[in-house]
Structures are given as C-alpha cells and as structure tokens.
Write a protein that binds this ligand. Structure first.
Ligand code: FAD
Length: 667
C-alpha cells in the first residue's frame, strides 16, 4: 500500500484568495492511501520544504503530492526536497491549483471544488508511481558560438579564457557584427572601433578559439553535452593559409564600383574585398556574383584560364583560387551559444517617407557610416544627392517600431538613444547644424541615458517634436517634412537637407531556419524564446543551447555583453560537470511487440527514435534516451500501443480519470 503525503500551498494570497486551502487539505487527507495532509503559506520557501521533508520522515511517506503552482515553475524545487529526505525525486506529483485554478476563477466555492478535483486526481495518479532513474550522459568539453557580433565575441572570449575550447562560426567574411559599423557609442561617446577591434583581435589570437568566418551551421544533431554539428564553409576563393592580407588584390581589381554592404550602399567596394579595414580575419573574399573570372569558370568549367584574373596575377603569395568549392566539416560540442543578432526594418514599407525614392532620405545605420572616419566619406557628413553639408536634419523615430500597422508593435529600445547620439555628433561635426526629432515618447531607460537625451536637447539645441510625420517630399533642393506636434496640437512643416529614419530592430530574416536547425522556439516576430524570461533569460528551451544578445530581442551593447557573459557562465557550469543526468521521463518501446511501422519516427520532434534490427531481420523502434524529451507524441502515435512514457503509465492516467469520473464521493 502506498503512503502518500499531500501539501497544499497558499502561495500568499495567490491561491488562498480563491481557494479554501484548509478545506482542500482536509478532503485530500481522506483520499485512499493519504496518510498525511496539510497546508502552508509558502510551500516553496525553506520552512515549507522542511515541513515536507519532516513529514516524509515522520510518516514514512513514499509518495508526495504538492498542490501549488505549475510544475514548470517548481517541480525541480520539490523533487530536490523529497530527494533530500530520501525519496526518489520522481515520486512527486504537482497538482497545479494556481495557474489552472485560482488564477482563472473568481468564485471561491468554484475554485475550491476544482482544486479538490485536481488534488484528488493527482493522489490517484501518484499511487501508480514507480521510482525513475535518469541515464548518465558524458559531456564533450567544447563549445560552439554562432554569430560573431559583440555578443558572440564576448561569449567566446569568456568561455575560452576559462580554458574551454571554443569554435566561433560567423557567416559574414569578418566578425564584429553591427558594432563594427558604428561610429561612436552612446552614452559615453567612445569610439566603437576602438573598443571593439582589440576584442576581435583577441578572438583570432586566442589559443582556445577556432574562428570560422564565411561559414554557417547546417545541421545540429544530438543533445545536451553531446551535439554533433555540420558547419558549411563557403568558398572564399582566397587561400587563408597563404594570404598575408597585403591588400594588393583589392587595389588591382578592375571591378571597384560594387555597392558596399558594410557601408550600407553609401560607398563602393571591389569584387575581391575586405568588408572594412580592421576586418578579422584580414583575408579578403571574392564576390562570386560580381567576379568576372569566377563567372567565366562557372559558365565553362573546362576553360583553361579564367577571364580577367588580375588579382591572381598580382597576388605575391599565389593565394587566389577561383576553383575553391564549399566544404562541410562535422564537429562535436557539449554546449552551443546562439548570438546571431538582429536585422533592421526595411523603411520602404513607409512609402510616405520616400526612402529609396529621395536620395537624401537615409537610415540611421547609413548615418553611422557617413559619420565614421573610416566610412565612405571619411567621416564628413554630406548629402548623397549633391555632396553638400546638410544644415537642417530631421530624424524620424519609431520607423518600424511601436507600429501595429507594420506588424511591429514592440519598442526597439535603442533608437531614441542612437538618434540623440546622432544629433549630438552632428552638432559636434558642424556647429551650424540644426536637428529636429519627431518622436512618440522618448525611452531612455539605462544608466546615464536620460541625462544623455537631455544633453542633446539642452546643450546641443536639438528640437524634439512629439508626433508622427505624415509625409516627406522634395521641394527645390531640399525636403519638406510634414508632421504634427501633438503637444502644441498643430501641424508642423520643417525644411530639411537630410532626413534620417530610425529603423527598428527585427530578427534576422533566417532566424526561424536557425531556430529549426537548433530545435529551439521563437516568438511571433521571430525573436528566439528564452526558457524563462525572468529566471532563465539566457537559456533556450532546449538543454545545452544558450542565448546571447539581440537574437532574443532589441538590446544595446552593454546589455548584449552582459548577457553574453551570463551565457558563457552557464556554458562553463555545464561543461565543468564530468557527466550529466539525462531526462528520466522518457519513452520506452516494448521491442518484442513493435511491428516496425515507425509512425513514432515521423512524429517525434526530437529525432529520438532509432531503428534497430532484431533477429531474423525484423526492424523495431528504439528510443535514444539522450534525445527524448518525454513529450509523449510517440506514445499517442503508436498504432500497436507498445510505447509507454515513464511516469505516465496507462494505469496512472486511468486512475486520474477514475477519481474524477467514477468516484466523486471518495473526495
Ligand atoms: C544605427 C544604430 C546605432 C547604434 N548605436 C549604438 C550605441 O551607440 N550604443 C549601443 O550600446 N548600441 C548601439 N546600437 C545597438 C548595437 O548595434 C547592438 O546592441 C549590438 O550590435 C548587438 O550585438 P549582437 O552581437 O547581439 O548582434 P549583431 O551585432 O547583429 O551581430 C550578430 C552577428 O551574427 C552573425 N550571424 C547572423 N546570423 C548568423 C548565422 N546564421 N550564422 C553565423 N553568424 C550569423 C552576423 O553576421 C553578425 O556578425 C546601435 C544600433 C544601430 C542600428
């Protein structure tokens, strides 16, 4: 006979306001096999856990029901508590009377009745519990970081500095991310390149870091502690082992007028290029779509010599290789950090602002490139249309942020700050500049941020106008910005030499694909979900995969860096363990009865079903317990009913129903 203890939590007033917890504990105490039942104010508190442990010892309990919140919140807390009292941690059932009862009912009688049902059903289920024992899994002591922006760089350095080997995979030709494109950084206005480049160099020189730029993760197999990852290395057409980065090829390339991605189309680059002078690694890449030599070889692979080939001729190290092919390598890792960053909203969606039609309407990231001394105009801010210095500059905030119409109702968090930064910088570049900012609200929540925006207004004379802009149109050799000042309650017309659109932050266009490759979830916009936004903000919902930076949502540099260090700490915590305990609530196939239809294989979202060959060549399914997450889909899909889920036996589930449907009087 089982000896069950029931512990009903008040959760302060969260449960007790809508549920008569004493009554629930009394009724549960009368259920079969319950030998102890009580209630307590905060069961998850230390005294609450001690109460459970003492009751286990005193009443010789072998099963425990905690009626409180969702198991996703506190299963680990209570299973740890009962384990410390000598029970198997899986001899616990949590009856969720908070999220599934008190929070959704207002009437105390209804809440109490429902709680009684939930608790007595849990008691019935618990009777069929058996101890479970998770598998021990080995750990590969290597980490993969995906994305070489500031977040990925910081995570890689922190992990590597602790003596763990790191592979950093970056899909563009250089690490640095968006921070490499910035001029100065708010709120201290220190030069972005000056603080970033030393870290980029540290990455490439670190003995524990292997850097793969121009590479992408293609497939991820395995599970926490044991990931197997296919990495695609795109052809650079330059042999990195020979290239010294002398730059001769860049200067000699006859095709110099290709719009530069790094300069956001404000400047040009050759067909063989290095995205920016401080790029890491300092190895150029050939743009295969623009290079005449490569195109000629694609058209006619048999031809002996490519057309053009000037770079080949002038390379002192013979490093050019027009026939390079993509390669794929497979590597093993114990943990992964995803730091693939963000992209920016395409402002052509706002036709009324004229972006793409009027050359003097630009985006904020283009402004960064114009202000940058290493940028296309050597740091001189000039109008794209005629190269003149603009004097009247209008900034439009929230372009693709806080706008339901554009499917972007969220705040991008950084635009108010970088707009204030631009207004300050422009005035420093040219004291005759007058800046205007059309805004909805100024959001400057950060250390020294509010003061920074004030400086832009009071010290630098920036004119802030609260309201949206309805139209931008050309008139003579300037632009007219028509808007509304909602504080004054009147329309506003500003003549501008340059209009700057503060485009919002959005996920990378392929964020969904990356999430699918990694088996992690993302929200309705495409930002990656944290496993718990407050308590596990750098963990994904797949064990062993951690998150850093703006892949989760809009973030500035300090926030991205601190998150990266937090993710690194989590990785190190994981990889410092010699072995891990796997999931105990996994599926189990009765191979002797398995007909080998593999319906389970098709439905399993974790690729945990493997095929094994039994005697006489018969095929059967087997569960890889390292991969199985215990979701139970295979159990319901199994036509022969030969798969069971540990902790969820048919008897236990039927007993739950029996309590509810057949034996209401037992409650
Ligand atoms: C105009 C503007 C001005 C700004 N000014 C400031 C400022 O002054 N101060 C401040 O604190 N913040 C500023 N920011 C914000 C700053 O850019 C971000 O906080 C920072 O870049 C976030 O870093 P990250 O590493 O998360 O992302 P990113 O910088 O986006 O880096 C992500 C990296 O991952 C790579 N990647 C993407 N997908 C993959 C993939 N599938 N595989 C491999 N690699 C991949 C990308 O190529 C990139 O290198 C500004 C932003 C803008 C737009």
């Amino acid at each position: 006979m089982a000896r069950i203890g029931v512990f009903v939590c008040h959760c302060g007033s969260n449960i007790a306001n809508t549920v008569d917890v004493e009554q629930v504990a009394d009724i549960a105490g009368q259920a079969p096999d319950v030998v102890f039942s009580t209630d307590y104010m905060f069961m998850c508190s230390e005294p609450g856990q001690n109460l459970i442990q003492e009751a286990i010892r005193e009443h010789n309990l072998d099963r425990v029901v905690v009626a409180a919140c969702s198991p996703t919140m506190h299963f680990r807390t209570f299973s740890g508590a009962i384990q410390r009292a000598g029970l198997n941690p899986y001899m616990l059932e949590m009856a969720n009377i908070r999220e599934q009862c008190s929070w959704v009912h207002a009437d105390k009688a209804v809440g109490t009745d429902k709680s009684v049902d939930i608790v007595t059903m849990a008691v019935g289920k618990t009777r069929w519990f058996e101890p479970l024992f998770p598998q021990e899994i080995g750990v590969t002591r290597r980490a993969l970081v995906i994305g070489g922006g500031i977040a990925g760089i910081q995570a890689a350095l922190d992990i590597a500095d602790s003596g763990v080997e790191v592979v950093l995979v970056e899909r563009s030709p250089s690490i640095g991310g968006k921070m490499a494109q910035l001029d100065k950084t708010f709120p201290t206005l220190d030069c972005s390149g000056c603080i970033l480049t030393p870290r980029m160099t540290e990455v490439v020189q670190h003995s524990n870091i292997t850097l793969h730029t121009w590479s992408e993760v293609q497939e991820v197999r395995g599970f926490v502690g044991n990931f197997e990852v296919d990495i695609l290395h795109k052809p650079r057409y330059v042999d990195a082992t020979l290239c010294t980065g002398c730059g001769e090829c860049l200067a000699r390339c006859p095709w110099q007028k290709i719009p530069s991605e790094f300069d956001e189309g404000m400047g040009t680059r050759p067909a063989i290029y290095r995205p920016f002078p401080q790029a890491v690694p300092n190895v150029p890449v050939i743009d295969a779509e623009q290079c005449v030599a490569i195109k000629s070889l694609v058209e006619d692979p048999e031809r002996e010599k490519p057309k053009c080939g000037v770079c080949l001729k002038f390379c002192p190290r013979d490093a050019i290789d027009f026939r390079q092919q993509p390669t794929v390598t497979t590597e093993e890792f114990g943990a992964i950090v995803l730091a693939n960053g963000y992209s920016l909203f395409d402002p052509t969606a706002y036709g009324e602002y004229g972006y793409g039609r009027y050359p003097d309407v630009i985006t904020s990231i283009q402004m960064e490139r114009l202000m940058n001394a290493a940028g296309p105009t050597d740091g001189e801010v000039r109008r794209p249309s005629d190269g003149k210095h603009p004097r009247s500059i209008v900034f439009l905030a929230c372009v693709g942020s806080r706008d339901e119409r554009m499917g972007r109702p969220y705040c991008s968090k950084i635009c108010c700050m970088y707009t204030a930064k631009h207004a300050i910088m422009l005035k420093e570049h040219d004291p005759d500049v007058q800046s205007y900012v059309f805004y909805i609200d100024v959001r400057a929540g950060g250390k020294g941020y509010e003061e920074f925006v004030r400086r832009a207004q009071e010290e630098y004379g920036t004119c802030y106008l609260r309201g949206r802009v309805s139209k931008v149109y050309p008139e003579g050799n300037h632009l007219v910005v028509m808007g509304e000042d909602t504080l004054m309650g009147m329309p506003v017309r500003v003549e501008a030499d340059l209009v700057v659109l503060a485009t919002g932050v959005q996920p990378q266009p392929d964020a969904g694909d990356v999430a699918r490759i990694l088996g992690i979830s993302y929200d309705s916009y495409g930002f990656i979900n944290e496993s718990h936004p407050k308590l596990n903000p750098v963990e994904s919902n797949t064990a062993g995969i951690f998150l850093a930076g703006s892949t989760i949502g809009p973030k500035d540099i300090p926030e991205s860096v601190s998150q990266a260090s937090a993710a690194a700490a989590k990785v190190l915590g994981l990889l410092s363990q010699p072995s891990l305990l796997g999931e105990a609530m996994t599926a189990l196939v009765d191979r002797s009865r398995c007909a080998g239809c593999f319906a389970c294989e098709d439905i399993c979202p974790y690729q945990a079903i493997e095929r094994v060959t039994l005697g006489y060549g018969r095929q059967a399914a087997e569960v890889n317990e390292g991969l199985c997450k215990g979701c139970g889909l295979c159990v319901s899909a199994c036509l022969g009913k030969v798969i069971t889920l540990r902790g969820f036996s048919d008897q236990a589930l039927l007993e739950e129903l029996n309590v509810l449907l057949l034996e209401p009087e037992s409650a």
